[in-house]
Design a protein around this ligand. Structure first.
Ligand code: ADP
Length: 648
């Protein structure tokens, strides 16, 4: 496309522009009016406005002719754009340049032409405004002046439209919100960005007053600004929040000036920038800063390159006694009483290389005045955004250290007191056993003697109570000796099957008395052995079997069996007796908690210490005990022991 053609195309598209507002005339209809007026004024049947291209002449507006496009060689206007001023051909047949044109020779029978060039502001002739007639004639001076004036006016109009289009393009496509408001607050005009940001369409605007869409918290300020502006006072840049159509607030920063006619305000032109996001970001970072400043821990950040501080929260400034300006000139080791620069740099290096995610260490933080604080520092390297940095969170551990020391002291004291109590209990229990054994022994002798009736009953009661008291004392002695770590273990290789059978045989009389049956199930693994304290293991199992008999009633079946699981040995005592409800199993191993008392079995003898002792013994042997039980169906107690001693 040649320069001429692209120029013509520009004007052509400009003329074809749709009117923007209803009622507004398009350039095309304005031009049509020009050609109409020219034909009327000069009293000719044909008037045209043409654009002259490289090969063609485009008829943009015509009166009395249907042609849209004429070959350049067949046109009068191509000559008009080459000459100066108006071109008049009084009789086309008399002019050899035109006498052979189709328009002259053909049906049109054009005998007269007069055209004035359309000249752009920079002097280029882009087309012509012309009149044509079927008879020869001559322009009067008034007609000639009129055509030339109209061609200039037409060009002015086109240029005006062009600059208006440029301006409108600018206004519509800027990223700011532009508005024209009447002094009464009516919205006169807004740009596309305004409509897009606030969501109101063109037709809605006519019914909106600017005060309707000002956020409630800005109303008063905006009214004050508005009044000042109407008085031509300078208000500078101000903030205002608009209410968008979806109800959201759009925060803006803007400037408004007023057009006055004389002293009367006519129009208020405002240009606003949407700062909603910017404001939210600012608030967020303020909140972030405030949060950091309010944290009790000192937070410091420094550059990874030269290790200079770039940020310190309030607590850090207080704990170091330095100002931010001072810290900016310092390096981390200058406020640390223990760490050497080489050590610090090695830590930073590890963090930056990613071999460690964070480093936690205890040190002493130096205050400007010379004193130090015991602290724990967590050091991290943040490289996830555009400015990598080290961050140190410094926690004052002075109180924590003090508390820890006091706790240790209190624990030692409590342990000492406990040992003393255990020693006392074990001594007292021992002393009690001698007279008790006499009571039990002599009451047994009396029972075997010649007594009956009330006498026998009372003696039996003495004997039973004595036996119960002895059990209690024995259990208490066991527990206190375990708590005071006086339990000595004799480790030996134990064949578990042999142990289970000996427990079964030992408990047989008690079982028979309760009409229960005990059996030992043989394991597939014939040689189940472990290294443990035989006597203590037996004590555990006797306790469990004794409970199974006590809490199972008649015709109960008690099974003893063992199995290996990896490097552990699981020994199980199973019964099909009373069972224990789920919520009570937690209490089983609590000393003196006798669940049976709540189950109307208070006549069953017991101290409530058996399972507590069993648990302690199992732990002392490096294992543990667990229970699975179902009320009224039975229980399985599992002693889990290491096959090789991990005895503490
Ligand atoms: P004691 O038998 O002297 O009461 P234990 O510590 O041995 O004390 O047991 C605590 C409680 O656990 C018992 O009072 C009983 O209610 C319950 N218990 C223990 N073993 C069994 C079992 N095999 N079946 C049902 N309940 C049991």
């Amino acid at each position: 496309m040649t320069d001429r053609d692209s120029e013509i195309e520009k004007y052509e598209s400009l003329m074809a522009l749709e009117p923007r507002e209803t009622g507004e005339m398009s350039l095309e209809s304005d031009i049509a009016n020009f050609t109409r007026i020219v034909s009327l004024f000069c009293k000719v049947p044909i008037a045209l406005m043409t654009l002259v291209g490289e090969d063609k002449v485009l008829v943009r507006s015509s009166i009395g002719m249907n042609e849209c496009e004429i070959d350049r060689n067949e046109s009068f206007c191509s000559h008009t754009v080459q000459g100066e001023g108006i071109l008049e051909v009084k009789d086309t047949l008399e002019d050899e340049r035109f006498s052979q044109l189709a328009a002259v020779r053909g049906d049109e029978r054009i005998r007269y032409y007069a055209g004035a060039p359309l000249v752009t502001p920079d002097g280029r002739k882009i087309g012509a405004l012309c009149i044509l007639d079927h008879v020869p004639r001559q322009l009067t001076t008034r007609e000639s002046d009129f055509i030339q004036t109209m061609s200039r006016q037409l060009m002015n109009l086109i240029s005006l439209k062009e600059s208006e289009q440029r301006l409108s393009d600018l206004f519509e496509n800027v990223s700011d919100l532009i508005q024209s408001i009447s002094p009464e607050g009516e919205i006169v005009w807004v740009n596309a960005k305004w409509r897009e940001t606030l969501g109101y369409n063109q037709s809605e605007l006519s019914s909106i007053n600017i005060f309707d869409i000002i956020a409630p918290n800005c109303q008063q300020h905006f009214r004050e600004v508005f009044q000042k502006l109407l008085k031509d006072d300078n208000v500078g840049i101000f903030n205002v929040s608009f209410i968008a159509k979806d109800g959201k607030f759009v925060r803006t920063e803007g400037r408004v000036n007023v057009r006055f006619e004389g002293r009367k305000p006519i129009l208020m032109r405002g240009i606003f920038r949407d700062v909603t996001q910017e404001h939210a970001n600012k608030k967020q970072s303020e909140l972030f800063k405030q949060t950091l400043d309010r944290t009790f821990d000192a937070i410091l950040m420094y550059e990874p390159e030269n290790f200079r501080f770039i940020y310190a929260n309030k607590s850090a400034l207080k704990k170091t006694g330095h100002t931010m300006a001072e810290l900016k000139m310092m390096r981390p080791w200058e406020i640390d009483a223990k760490i050497q620069p080489e050590q610090a740099q090695q830590m930073f290096h590890q963090l930056r290389e990613g071999t460690q995610k964070s480093v936690v260490f205890e040190t002493e933080l130096c205050h400007k005045s010379g004193h130090t604080t015991e602290v724990e520092i967590t050091l991290q390297y943040l490289s996830d955004d555009f400015s990598p940095r080290f961050i140190a969170i410094v926690r004052d551990i002075t109180e924590q250290r003090k508390a820890l020391l006091e706790l240790k002291k209190a624990k030692n004291q409590a342990e000492e007191a406990n040992q003393a109590k255990n020693r006392f209990l074990s001594r007292v229990s021992h002393e009690l056993r001698t007279p008790l054994n006499s009571i039990i022994g002599f009451s047994k002798l009396l029972l075997m003697g010649n007594i009956s009736g009330k006498e026998y009953e009372n003696t039996e009661r003495i004997h039973n109570s004595g036996t119960h008291l002895l059990e209690l004392i024995t259990d208490i002695m066991d527990i206190s000796s375990m708590e005071s770590d006086e339990l000595k273990l004799n480790l030996e290789t134990v064949d578990i099957h042999v142990i289970l059978c000996s427990v079964r045989d030992l408990m047989k009389p008690q079982a028979e008395e309760a009409k229960a049956e005990i059996s030992c199930l043989e394991s597939e693994d014939k040689s189940l052995t472990l290294i443990t304290d035989r006597r203590r293991l037996k004590q555990i199992l006797i306790n469990l079997v004794s409970n199974a008999i006590k809490y199972s009633g008649k015709d109960c079946l008690i099974k003893l069996y063992a199995q290996r699981f990896e490097d552990r040995l699981l020994i199980r005592v199973k019964d099909n007796g009373l069972g224990i409800s789920n919520e009570k199993t937690q209490r089983l191993f609590t000393p003196f908690d006798r669940l049976d008392a709540e189950r109307n079995m208070s006549e069953t003898k017991g101290t409530g210490l058996g399972l507590a002792i069993v648990k302690k013994l199992a732990k002392t042997l490096g294992g543990d005990i667990a229970v699975i039980s179902k009320l009224n169906e039975g229980s399985v107690f599992t002693v889990d022991l290491p096959t090789l001693p991990e005895v503490p």
